[in-house]
Design a protein around this ligand. Structure first.
Ligand SMILES: [Zn+2]
Length: 449
């Protein structure tokens, strides 16, 4: 069965939006894309505004959506924020997790996100014991994404120690499989249920951080990912304290440690990379790695500003994530790459609008193992995110400046229509199945009860 859409403006990967683009969809893929069509052909659905490929949110911890507004005020740091996160993590069970994640993924859909990389480490029950089905929590996330209509890569994280050489605390026990072999055995079962060519849910691996995984275990996880050609993610150099601890014990940076553990032999993404140096950047580039920046979270936690221009100049692809969900707005994440760098460097114009959109779409999808998604082109996944340009925020936008208007001034609430794998998930600014606000309210209230 085929459907046709006529986009008033569409971004096809160039530096400018194209007016009058007909997109034909066959099943879950684009069949044909034709630019320069002045008016909607008979039977085509008209999409007013600027239509983009669906966004990829390459780094998410869905449960942290429940912390929004509760951890942002006052003083404190990443480390005090982490205490609030642990208190929340201790209260989740599979049903609460599924309902919170379903509402959070619906919020993502409303923001134009059609695929998420869920960095998952809440594996076991509150006492640290395996559930009867050891992957109950991961499956709850996969179900939640399916219900919200977005694709998911479950990046199953190995997490074995409380800090370098430290015991797990009482909450962290539910993150740990005990050793990397047990982690691999559990994840193998999950990967068997969701193979690498699954159209909606795939499995990748994650090393939580060099704090939580020792070099030997990191090597085991890296090997698992490399053997399966699946994505491998790790939190890297988010905080100077992580660099100092790693240097003190291992006499090398987190990036160098992970490189020696074989992480760069897999399809590796360094999440944050806020405090990487020139040698780290050279290693990441040599390993064809990507970095996933999460600027709204990094801002919120006072992490710092990553060296995005230096990474791009070295050939490291950039993806974007909403991480702690301080906000869920990929346009805000995208423009932050450029605007934060302007503040840090005193120089404008390092990243253009098209480059920022590539981070939010094609690079993000590739980072989480969907190389066939993130562009409006024949054979790519049929994901479309349409941003209205006639609202008060973007009124006055012309085709010549549509990319700049949307990237530098648009917001999640300007997203009106979202097609995911050939299916509508958002129409006229509303999720087709889920009242996301009401469900978020209920899920967060249930966790506080
Ligand atoms: Zn994270």
């Amino acid at each position: 069965m085929s459907d046709a859409y006529w986009c008033e403006l569409a971004w096809l990967g160039c530096e400018r939006a194209e007016p009058g683009v007909v997109v034909e969809v066959e099943g879950a893929r684009f069949a044909a894309v034709t630019a320069g069509v002045a008016a909607p052909p008979a039977g085509a659905t008209r999409l007013a505004g600027l239509t983009l490929p669906g966004f990829a949110n390459a780094h998410s911890h869905a449960f942290q959506r429940a912390l929004r507004g509760r951890t942002h005020g006052g003083e404190g740091s990443f480390w005090t924020w982490r205490e609030g996160m642990y208190a929340l993590a201790a209260r989740l069970d599979p049903e609460l997790y599924r309902s919170l994640a379903r509402a959070t993924f619906a919020e993502m859909a409303l923001a134009g996100i059609t695929a998420v990389g869920e960095f998952h480490y809440l594996h076991h029950d509150a006492g640290g014991a395996r559930y009867a089905d050891a992957n109950t929590m991961g499956e709850a996330l996969i179900t939640a994404a399916a219900e919200a209509g977005i694709r998911i890569t479950l990046l199953d994280a190995c997490y074995l120690q409380g800090g370098i050489g430290e015991q797990l605390n009482v909450v962290q026990r539910r993150f740990s499989d005990g050793d990397a072999g047990s982690w691999a055995e559990r994840v193998e079962a999950l990967a068997a249920a969701h193979p690498a060519d699954d159209p909606v849910a795939r499995v990748g691996a994650a090393i939580h951080s060099v704090r939580a995984v020792d070099p030997g275990a990191a090597a085991r996880v890296a090997r698992w990912a490399a053997e399966r050609s699946c994505p491998l993610h790790a939190h890297v150099s988010e905080q100077p304290a992580e660099n100092r601890a790693c240097q003190a014990v291992y006499e090398r940076s987190p990036t160098a440690l992970l490189a020696e553990a074989g992480a760069l032999e897999a399809a590796f993404t360094a999440v944050h990379a806020t405090h990487v140096d020139e040698r780290d950047i050279a290693l990441l580039a040599a390993g064809s790695a990507r970095c996933c920046l999460c600027p709204t979270t990094e801002r919120d936690l006072a992490d710092g500003i990553g060296p995005t221009r230096a990474l791009v100049d070295a050939g490291v692809g950039l993806a974007l994530g909403t991480d702690s969900h301080a906000l869920i707005d990929m346009l805000e994440e995208a423009r932050a790459l450029e605007l934060d760098e302007r503040l840090a460097s005193g120089v404008r114009g390092g990243h253009g609008a098209a480059e920022l959109l590539r981070a939010a779409t094609e690079e993000g999808h590739a980072s989480i193992g969907w190389p066939e998604a993130g562009r409006i082109a024949p054979d790519a996944c049929a994901d479309l995110t349409t941003v209205a340009i006639d609202g008060v925020r973007l009124a006055g936008t012309t085709p010549e400046v549509a990319l700049e208007s949307v990237v530098f001034a648009g917001a999640a609430c300007d997203v009106t229509q979202v097609l995911s794998g050939g299916h509508w998930i958002v129409r006229d600014g509303r999720h087709v199945e889920i009242d996301a606000a009401a469900e978020l309210d209920r899920a967060i209230a249930a966790l506080a009860a």
